[in-house]
Every structure is written in structure tokens, then in C-alpha cells.
Design a binder for this molecule. Structure first.
Ligand SMILES: NC(=O)c1ccc[n+]([C@@H]2O[C@H](COP(=O)([O-])OP(=O)(O)OC[C@H]3O[C@@H](n4cnc5c(N)ncnc54)[C@H](OP(=O)(O)O)[C@@H]3O)[C@@H](O)[C@H]2O)c1
Length: 292
């Protein structure tokens, strides 16, 4: 998996197409998608255009998409997978992830709610049941690897111990204000790829992009704060996802270089702790408007 991934959580369909095109042009070869983002068709369109323009072949690109919470029942996994593949216009996937460990009421409504506005969870399928159905996609050659997202170390351990095909990747929020060190250590020891989302703190300001330690290092090494944050993520052994929406930012975010050791260590010593996305606690994504 290329360490630098382009994330496609982009609400606007037209921007999804231009941003995906620009990311490919800037050099990104790893695309992170999801059924829940409701834009797999647009990502697929931009990807097919990039492939048709020449110079890039399917095997150069690493494509991930994710099974949504409403499709956790084992009999729903393969149809959800095939539907994603069809929208993306692909013959196979490089990686399929269970988007969150929370099963929601099965059906077409992605955000099922009861009368008081609470999420309707589904107790019929366990995460291990869903995992077994994911394993069978690999058995049938439909995807090359499977993994988990928005998962804690304890939940990962339970699946890891019972899995016939071990999770290849875990995708979680991680940045200097939420380093997830214990999970990272487990991943490194066991050959699981740790894939960090929100490496720029979702671009929220004030936030990571204005952290004084990061800003001072950026000035010292003559890089932008975004480039310093992305370099730190790669240097500590994670892959990452970032979502530039313009050509200039796609080029900026792809152009990272190693930080001097003292700068890397200074970032490791930052004490601020903040989780930005509560999805890991509820299965409800923090950044997708309800009902959309
Ligand atoms: N598994 C999950 O539950 C989950 C959850 C969230 C995200 N993800 C995945 O992770 C991907 C990345 O997450 P993320 O979007 O939060 O990543 P991020 O890189 O932390 O934040 C992206 C935001 O930062 C801003 N930005 C990008 N490049 C910048 C630069 N060079 N300088 C300053 N600001 C910059 C942009 O905001 P503006 O354009 O608004 O300025 C952009 O929307 C998503 O697209 C999705 O694929 C997964």
C-alpha cells in the first residue's frame, strides 16, 4: 500500500471528481473510498479518466472501500461489496474494510434512527460473523486484503485472535494530538498496516495546523505545517489519508520529506490530547451530514 493515501470523503460530487483527478496527477496512487461517502461513482469516473489518459495502469493504483454499518449481516456483505465495485467501475479491490465495528439496522437507510433520534443498532450479527463473510471475499479472489476501521485495540485483538485471515490494515484517527501509540505498537509488532485518518486534524482551525510546535518546526525546515504533520505520520511508521481539494494542495501534500530527528522527537513530546471524531464510540461518522 502506498503510504500516502488520498481520502475521498468529499460531500460535493463535482469536487470529488476534480480533487480525485488532481490527486492522481500529483502522484497519489492510493485512494480511500466508502459506500457511506455516497460518491464511489464520481471517484470511479475520475479514476477511469486517469487510467484512460495513459501512464497509469490499474495495478499501479491501490483502491480501498468500506462496508457500511447497515450491511454487517453476513448475507449482506458480498452484495454490498459487489455494489461498491460496480460504482467504482473496478474488477477487484485492493482492500475492503469494515467501516466501523457497529452494526446498524439492516436496510437502505444508512442512518437508521428511532423516534427519539437514537441510532438503531442491530444485535443479530457479531463483528466476527461479519469478518467471516469478509474472509470469504478474499477466498473468492474478489479483494486482495481485508481490514477494520474505527476500532480500539481491545476490539482488534478479539478479531485478530479468532480470524482465519488476519486484518491487514486498521484505519483510525491519528495525529500528534491523538498518537494511538499502543495500537501502533501492536500493529508494527504484528505486521498490520496502521492507516491514519485526519493527519491534519480534519483541517479544523484552530487546531493541529496551528499547533505552535508544528508551526515552529515548519518555519525551521522550510515546509508547510501540513507537510510537517504528514511527514511525522510516515516517519513513525503509519500510512496516512489526506483530502486535498485543489491542485496546489495535492502537490503540497504529496511533497513531503523526512524530518530531522530532533524535530520528530519534539512532535512526539507534544502533550495536547484531543479526539476529533467520535465515530469510534458510536459508529456515527462525525463529518457526514445526517440523512444525506
Ligand atoms: N474511517 C473513518 O471513519 C474515517 C473518518 C474520517 C475520514 N476518513 C478518511 O480519511 C480521509 C482523510 O481525512 P481528513 O479529511 O480528515 O484528513 P485531513 O488531511 O486531516 O483533513 C483534510 C482537510 O484539511 C484541509 N487541508 C488539506 N490539505 C491542506 C493543506 N495542505 N493545508 C491546509 N489545510 C489542508 C482541507 O480542508 P479545507 O479544504 O476545508 O480547507 C481538508 O478537507 C477522508 O477523506 C476519508 O477517506 C475515514
Amino acid at each position: 500500500m502506498p503510504a500516502l493515501g488520498f481520502g475521498t470523503l468529499i460531500p460535493d460530487p463535482a469536487v470529488t471528481i476534480t480533487a480525485t483527478r488532481d490527486a492522481l496527477e500529483a502522484g497519489f496512487r492510493h485512494l480511500d473510498c466508502a459506500e457511506r461517502y455516497r460518491n464511489e461513482r464520481e471517484v470511479g469516473e475520475a479514476l477511469q479518466a486517469g487510467l484512460a489518459a495513459g501512464g497509469i495502469s490499474r495495478s499501479d493504483i491501490f483502491v480501498t472501500t468500506k462496508l457500511w454499518n447497515t450491511n454487517h449481516r453476513p448475507e449482506r456483505v458480498a452484495p454490498a461489496f459487489e455494489a461498491s465495485l460496480d460504482r467504482l467501475g473496478l474488477e477487484y479491490l485492493d482492500l475492503y474494510l469494515i467501516h466501523t465495528p457497529f452494526a446498524f439496522q439492516p436496510g437502505d437507510e444508512q442512518d437508521p434512527r428511532d423516534q427519539s433520534g437514537g441510532v438503531v443498532y442491530d444485535n443479530e450479527a457479531t463483528l466476527l460473523d461479519t469478518w467471516r463473510a469478509m474472509e470469504s471475499l478474499v477466498d473468492h479472489g474478489r479483494c486482495r486484503a481485508i481490514g477494520l476501521s474505527d476500532i480500539t485495540l481491545n476490539e482488534l485483538l478479539r478479531i485478530y485472535e479468532s480470524a482465519r485471515i488476519k486484518p491487514a490494515v486498521v484505519q483510525v484517527e491519528a495525529h500528534p494530538h491523538l498518537p494511538e501509540t499502543e495500537l501502533l505498537e501492536f500493529c508494527i509488532e504484528n505486521g498490520v498496516v496502521f492507516l491514519a485518518f485526519a493527519p491534519l486534524g480534519h483541517g479544523i482551525r484552530p487546531g493541529l495546523l496551528e499547533d505552535p510546535v508544528i508551526s515552529a518546526i515548519a518555519a525551521r525546515v522550510e515546509k508547510t505545517t501540513a507537510q510537517v504533520l504528514l511527514a511525522w505520520a510516515v516517519q513513525r511508521g503509519t500510512a496516512l489519508l489526506t483530502t486535498p481539494k485543489t491542485v496546489a494542495r495535492a502537490r503540497e501534500n504529496f511533497d513531503i520529506s523526512m524530518l530531522p530527528e530532533d524535530a520528530f522527537n519534539e512532535i512526539n513530546r507534544i502533550q495536547t490530547r484531543q479526539r476529533l471524531n467520535e465515530v469510534v464510540k458510536t459508529g456515527v461518522p462525525g463529518f457526514i451530514a445526517r440523512g444525506k
